[in-house]
Design a protein around this ligand. Structure first.
Ligand code: SF4
Ligand code: SF4
Length: 373
């Protein structure tokens, strides 16, 4: 096996590993609750951007976001400044899922489709609009308002059953379905057209000194690099890839048959794909381990110990009604009234599961109302 093929498999292996780990964490979060396993929102660097305004103005984070999410955001920012959108191309599990379905599509249909250029160009601006609206409104409302529309959040809740996700987040689930179906025919549809994190990374990544560069003298003009690029950049006819769309996945480099014709470069310095992969992993994971060992990397709320009192807005979905009433120092009857819980729901029911016993009950809305009374 030559080195390029090895790196290609290594990249796929790492993406698959991150996807499995995150999917497992999402499942455990559903089963064991947010007090023991972080939510998908806390594990996504984009939550850090959504919480940035609240952090700088009040020193606090918005709901479901913790210091670890802010650290993940800061690490991603550094990674993008150095190596462009490497987070998207080498780490992001949602990108990996799209690549997996692209592989399925390629295996079944033996071809990939590309939207007409004019439509493709217009649609690519959509993600910047999504970024603006998502972050602007999250800063204004100090909340993860986008969760019901977020396909990644819908994916993370699938272990609850498709019906349950459909009841809670029909838009998010529809976008997830369209992303999967679209990925079978088109490459990285969500990344290219809708992902706000990708849009942010693309803008910041423009200042990165490293770019994929093609050596005209060594190039065989076979066009394989353009054909394999998951975001459809015309590598074969470019000298340097400066586009904000490049996810630095190294696919073009790894598929190029002419040695040295394509490489990631900064001036005279070239970086081999294996080194790119190693440096990206190191830049991302070493700070996580360091901040974890320093005790500042927190991704879930402090557990509520017996006898400790909490505010209404600190009531969590994983608490039972009885635990939440005790922690908020309320009589159980008062708690039922304040949170508008039907009397038929037993008090050992988890707050987030009340809706299963009282259809139409919305825990987050009830918490907001209870907090404003
Ligand atoms: S240009 Fe190369 S590195 Fe950039 S996205 Fe396309 S295949 Fe990946
Ligand atoms: S794959 Fe390599 S040889 Fe073929 S066109 Fe692209 S840069 Fe040139």
């Amino acid at each position: 096996m030559n080195l390029h093929r090895f790196v290609k498999y290594l990249r796929w292996g790492l993406l698959a590993l991150f996807t499995v780990l995150i999917t497992w964490a999402a499942y455990l979060h559903q089963v064991l609750g947010g007090g023991r396993i972080p939510s998908i929102h806390a594990l996504c660097p984009f939550g850090g951007l959504e919480s940035l305004y609240s952090f700088f103005t009040t020193g606090t984070f918005i709901g479901k976001i913790f210091s670890g999410t802010m650290i993940l955001f800061a690490i991603t920012l550094v990674l993008v400044i150095v190596f462009r959108k490497s987070f998207c191309g080498l780490i992001c599990p949602f990108g990996a899922i799209q690549e997996f379905f692209a592989w399925v599509g390629r295996t079944v249909f033996h071809k990939r489709l590309i939207l007409p250029q004019a439509l493709d160009r217009v649609l690519r601006y959509l993600k910047y609009l999504v970024l603006l609206v998502t972050v602007g409104y999250a800063w204004k409302t100090a909340g993860l308002w986008m969760a019901p529309y977020d396909p990644w959040s819908a994916y993370a809740h699938l272990s609850d059953g498709v019906k349950a996700v459909w009841n809670e987040a029909p838009v998010g689930l529809t976008i997830l379905g369209l992303t999967i179906a679209g990925s079978i025919l088109y490459d990285r549809v969500f990344c290219k057209y809708l992902c706000p994190m990708g849009a942010f990374n693309g803008i910041v990544g423009k200042i990165s000194p490293f770019k994929v560069a093609r050596n005209e003298d060594k190039c065989l003009h076979c066009g394989l690099c353009s054909k394999q690029c998951p975001v459809n950049l015309d590598v074969a006819r470019s000298e340097t890839i400066t586009s904000a769309e490049c996810i630095n996945c190294q696919t073009c480099v790894l598929n190029c048959p002419a040695e040295g014709a394509l490489l990631l470069k900064e001036g005279r310095m070239t970086v081999q794909p294996l080194v790119v992969l190693f440096l990206v992993m190191a830049l991302f994971f070493v700070p996580i381990f360091v901040s974890q060992s320093m005790g500042v990397y927190q991704l879930r709320p402090e557990p509520v110990s017996r006898g400790q009192s909490i505010q209404i807005d600190e009531v969590r979905g994983y608490m039972t009604i009885r635990e939440a009433a005790e922690a908020t120092r309320m009589e159980i009857k008062t708690f039922y009234e304040k949170f508008q819980i039907p009397e038929t729901v037993p008090d050992d029911t988890k707050m987030k599961e009340i809706k299963d016993k009282a259809p139409g009950y919305d825990f987050h809305k009830a918490k907001e109302t209870a907090g404003s009374k």
